[in-house]
Design a protein around this ligand. Sequence first.
Ligand code: GTA
Length: 329
Amino acid sequence: ATVAAKREISSAESEESSREAKRAKGDDKNGEETGNEPEWKNILSTFTTSSVLSDSAREKIMFLHGKIAGDEAVVVLEKTPIREESLAELFRDSKLRLDMRNDIYSSYRLQAPPHLNEIKTTVVCPATEKHVKKYRRQESFLVEETGDDYRSVTLPYVQQQSLSLQWVYNILEKKAEAERVVYDDPDPEVGFVLLPDLKWDQKQVDDLYLIAIARQKDIKSLRDLSSEHLPLLRNIFHKGKAAILERYNLPASKLRVYLHYQPSYYHLHVHFTKLGHDAPGCGVERAHLLADVIQNLQTDPQFYRTRTLWFPLRADDGLLGRFKEAGRL
Ligand code: GTA
């Protein structure tokens, strides 16, 4: 992991230095997209918190609902892991205050330099009610969905109520995150874009999280897959793993490659996370290994259109209400 982590840091550093060079030349893509260069600008200075949607002291994360300049917003604050490469600087440049000492034991408060003490912050604004619900701590229920349930209950709900896919189209059309893309296969049938997931700060390979977004726009989820999509799925699987090995020096044996069912966003995408990193949504009730998906479609071309699938839904998820109304719960 250390070698891989170093590789990641050095690749992040080289990306940063090439961005610096581009900024200097005035052709930084991100700068072009926004009309400004990325800068320290506190759009959260006017954030007013209306509620804590959920939090975890162990995971050091907090999900907040509130408003930014009158718009509904969800803000996720997450303390970042301590990085091995910054230890020397951390010990050298921090302030240390003794809390207590007893025999050979002592405890301290360490005040790190601000740049070693950043909080990864995700902002959704304007946020819809669906975003707010997604991040609120909720009891979940396991739902059993037959192929017929999908067509009569789930599909009509998904067609009416899905979250916007604008961010996906922005990535595919290089209107956003273009400088973050790790691999791009432009083929309209089997092509995809592989890039770091919103949840990954790219600071260390230990919590690596990338997503591969299919270029085909008409595949909503696992349920739409049939054997005709095998070339696309195999392409994502093989080229995605190769690109991660090349960029992060992480072999396929260290990767968990899967699809979510139900996903939050109904455009086919595949999650690549590091084995051992407990990524949200990687449990058996939601994650379907891409290797299994490929095998199942090889055995039965209509596997995912006909089989019963199980998945968890939160108590206030509208889809759960539809399953109840249909007498399926
Ligand atoms: N690069 O703009 C984006 C972007 N968006 C909007 C979403 N993603 C993006 N990636 C890029 N740019 O992994 C990523 C998401 C997710 C994937 C969509 O696309 O980060 P999915 O359709 O299967 O939906 O995947 P999923 O996994 O439910 O989405 P999401 O948003 O990650 O929600 C998962 C749940 O994890 C949330 O309900 C939340 O409560 C929980 N969670 C736990 N930890 C975190 C965290 N650190 N940050 C955010 N959510 C977290």
